[in-house]
Design a protein around this ligand. Structure first.
Ligand code: SF4
Length: 65
């Protein structure tokens, strides 16, 4: 099961991720991401990987458990 995780030691609230992954991430009132906790399907993985690489702080990652 693939999910998105945030490395809070890196994230500095650019907010870009919510625009790139609106089904998975919303922003809180301070502009920091909140994960919806949704599973990333196999078909969604290429787009998810592109969005993760677009994070300026490299704070996003995919986990599979
Ligand atoms: S784009 Fe990256 S640094 Fe910006 S809010 Fe999202 S996870 Fe944090």
């Amino acid at each position: 099961m693939n999910k998105v995780e945030i490395d809070w030691t890196r994230c500095d609230g650019h907010g870009l991720c919510a625009g790139l992954m609106p089904d998975d991430i919303v922003l809180d009132e301070w502009g920091f991401p909140v994960l919806r906790g949704r599973e990333i399907t196999t078909g969604e993985l290429p787009d998810a990987r592109r969005a993760i690489l677009a994070c300026p702080a490299l704070a996003l990652r995919l986990t599979s458990r």
